[in-house]
Design a protein around this ligand. Structure first.
Ligand code: URA
Length: 428
């Protein structure tokens, strides 16, 4: 029998008593948990102690390093262009990765984007792309590197070897009410992103009802924590805090969001999606010294669309194929006349999820056609009976529960409202 150098109970006790966990014990507890030596119930207790008592900066940096070291770090040295990536903390209608990755590649950088599937009310990038007939999310390391060099952008599933400690710990946090701890969110996101190996990283930290972080204070703390972790590990990192109290763009749902992204790549699309795509592209390019390229100009010139087509084809998809459309539609109308003052992002996310766009358990399938289309955005003048939202589903029985999610989510008032700024602040 191999003897372990530490025991989990004393590590838990250290954090329970608000003390810093010594470095060798951090390294051990992450490694031993990945190996199955530290039990789920012990890691749950430790996660809860971290949620309640926090972590010191250098303690968190070591914890994150241990998570990175639980798996492989991708080697992107064979990629000829500078590498840069973006990560969003997740929101409703957040399809930005889809136009952003090909746009940044069209500007001269390489974008290695390892993404996940959605869980709960926020969608996952891979679920969206899987709405495209033939597109596949799984690539071998060789395919990944070859596509980065030839096309310049790859969006694919993260392999099991990337930060395996996080995969286990995230699933555990999900069922033990410990997702919301800032040190645990920051180390979870940054361990995966640092292991991915890009030279620079831009974080889109969402704030509002549809986001993890409900207040600017919490979002700022998360952003600062992640920027510090990235910088400490040699990845040039900046964060933008962006608005998520109403959905981004006019769609929430897999195929619907792909259609909207293609509109952006074609030079159209909703103004907020275009604004955020261009702002994040500027940050990504600046991070790798390509600040002389103007992404707005490149987008208008159509080169990003060419990269999109190449990116989809390289992964077996047909960029010209019609996207799946839901069998049934149902319209939600305005209850009164006036100005639409609130259309709650969280409620729209839950409605899209209940219509079939999202999953409740990891293994559930998602519907490519289901989701919500916004016919108006906050600030618009509406009259009683006017259609506000279109619900799309393959299953008519789902409309009732989706409408229940939207109860109380729509406010119509007398006064005009000024639009909230989409980009709240920058953290570096
Ligand atoms: N996304 C992650 O990858 N990890 C978290 O903890 C939260 C959001």
């Amino acid at each position: 029998m191999t003897s372990e150098p530490f025991d989990a109970v004393s590590v838990i006790r250290t954090k329970r008593d608000r003390r810093r966990i010594p470095d060798p014990e951090i390294d051990w507890v992450i490694d031993a948990y990945t190996r199955g030596v530290v039990a789920d119930e012990q890691m749950s207790a430790l996660a809860m102690a971290i949620l309640l008592n926090g972590m010191e900066r250098d303690e968190l940096a070591r914890w994150t390093a241990a998570m990175i070291n639980s798996g492989q770090r991708l080697d992107l040295s064979a990629v000829a262009r500078p590498t840069t990536d973006k990560h969003s903390t997740g929101g409703v209608g957040d399809k930005i990765t889809l136009p952003l990755a090909p746009l940044v590649a069209a500007c001269g950088a390489a974008v290695p984007q390892l993404s996940g599937r959605g869980l709960g009310h926020t969608g996952g990038t891979l679920d969206k792309l899987e709405a495209i007939p033939g597109w596949r999310a799984q690539l071998s390391n060789d395919e990944f590197l070859a596509q980065l060099n030839s096309v310049g952008a790859v969006i694919c599933a993260a392999g099991d070897e990337l930060a395996p400690a996080d995969r286990k710990l995230y699933a555990l946090r999900d069922v033990t009410a410990t997702v919301e701890a800032i040190p645990l969110i920051a180390s979870s996101i940054m361990s995966k992103k640092i292991a991915e190996g890009a030279q620079s990283l831009v974080l889109d930290v969402k704030v509002g009802s549809g986001a993890f972080m409900k207040t600017i204070e919490d979002a700022t703390e998360l952003a600062q924590t992640m920027v510090e972790l990235g910088t400490a590990h040699g990845t040039k990192t900046v964060a933008l805090l962006t608005e998520m109290s109403t959905p981004l763009g006019l769609t929430a749902g897999n195929g619907l969001e792909v259609t909207e992204s293609i509109e952006v790549l074609a030079g159209g699309g909703p103004a907020d999606v275009v604004e955020l795509t261009v702002a994040l592209a500027r940050e990504m390019l600046a991070g790798v010294g390509l600040d002389s390229v103007d992404p707005a100009e490149v987008l208008a010139g159509g080169r990003a669309m060419d990269v999109w087509r190449g990116m989809i084809r390289a992964q077996g998809g047909d960029p010209e194929a019609a996207l799946p459309v839901a069998r049934h539609k149902h319209v939600v109308t305005a209850a009164a006349s006036g100005t639409l003052t609130r259309l709650d992002a969280y409620a729209v996310g839950v409605a899209a999820w209940r219509l079939g766009a999202g999953r409740a358990r990891k293994e559930d399938p998602v519907s490519a056609g289901a989701g919500v289309v916004l016919l108006v955005k906050p600030g618009a003048t509406v009259s009683a009976g006017q259609p506000l939202l279109e619900l799309h589903s393959d299953d008519e029985a789902r409309f009732g529960r989706a409408e229940e999610a939207l109860a109380g989510a729509i406010d119509i008032g007398a006064a005009a409202v000024g639009a909230a700024p989409l980009i709240i602040k920058r953290v570096e």
